[in-house]
Design a protein around this ligand. Structure first.
Ligand code: SAM
Length: 243
């Protein structure tokens, strides 16, 4: 296989520090002015993915307060901030410096808005690609990042993320299905002028295989779909564990 990854990664970094940053900050934000119908739909779908990930973690035997969490590719902090508000000890990292400073800004605002007695713990923020993350965390989450990478890259990323995780690994990806392929082909899914990066769909099977090779198994799965947003969300646990 050609080493497409280096190229993909640099393009992704550049995109999320420029037009991609503006586009996704808008989609993940709450303002409605200047946000088109497709973007609003993607906002809604993504919010459902975040809510589902939170619900999976809340329903697990894991105690979120005090748990160590690594959010790899945190974006504007959509998941990292509610986890921090639940008292988790969060490392929020992203390849894009622009994203990390936006996440930091939003976390400051969230902190300021917390009620008295809230367990909110300010996350640690780092500009870092997930391949170079180190350490061990109870939980590793990586939402809507694999869409930017081809199969072999994604596989290597999953292997690395699994090596950082102790109890839970949550990963979302855009599933490869006929319908989705078609939508993508007609270009509805990634509209607008800023198609600076391409989107890679992943077969559920590939993601599951990568997890299995890393010694993990999928314990829970979710499927989120709106008109223009599709994601599978896997909650994986170490293969030997019962919970
Ligand atoms: N996970 C966040 C969420 O769901 O709200 C953001 C999702 S956004 C579509 C993808 C994010 O992944 C961007 O913030 C981008 O900068 C980041 N990203 C892309 N490649 C990455 C990599 N190799 N390492 C870390 N972050 C990466």
């Amino acid at each position: 296989a050609e080493a497409a990854g280096g190229g993909d990664k640099e393009a992704v970094r550049a995109y999320f520090n420029s037009t991609g940053f503006e586009r996704w900050r808008k989609i993940y934000g709450s303002a409605t002015e200047g946000v088109n119908r497709v973007q609003l739909d993607i906002r809604e779908g993504h919010a459902q993915t975040v809510a589902k990930a939170l619900a999976m973690l809340r329903d697990s035997p894991l105690q979120l307060a005090g748990a160590t969490v690594c959010d790899a590719g945190c974006g504007t902090g959509s998941l990292a901030i509610p986890l921090a508000a639940a008292g988790a000890d969060v490392l929020a990292s992203d390849i894009s410096a622009a994203m990390v400073s936006e996440a930091q800004r939003q976390a400051q605002a969230a902190l300021a808005a917390q009620p008295a007695g809230s367990p909110f713990r300010m996350p640690r923020f780092e500009v870092r690609d997930l391949e170079s993350l180190e350490g061990r965390y109870d939980v590793v989450v990586c939402l809507d990042v694999l869409i930017h990478y081809p199969r072999e890259e994604a596989r290597a990323m999953i292997r690395h993320l699994a090596s950082l995780a102790g109890k839970r690994l949550l990963i979302s990806f855009a599933p490869r299905t006929l319908y989705f392929d078609l939508l993508k082909r007609v270009g509805e899914l990634f509209p607008g002028p800023s198609k600076a990066t391409r989107a890679y769909l992943h077969a559920e099977r590939d993601i599951e295989d990568a997890l299995r090779e890393a010694g993990w198994r999928v314990a829970n799965r979710g499927f989120i779909s709106t008109q223009f947003y599709f994601a599978k969300l896997f909650e994986a646990v170490p293969a030997g564990s019962s919970s």
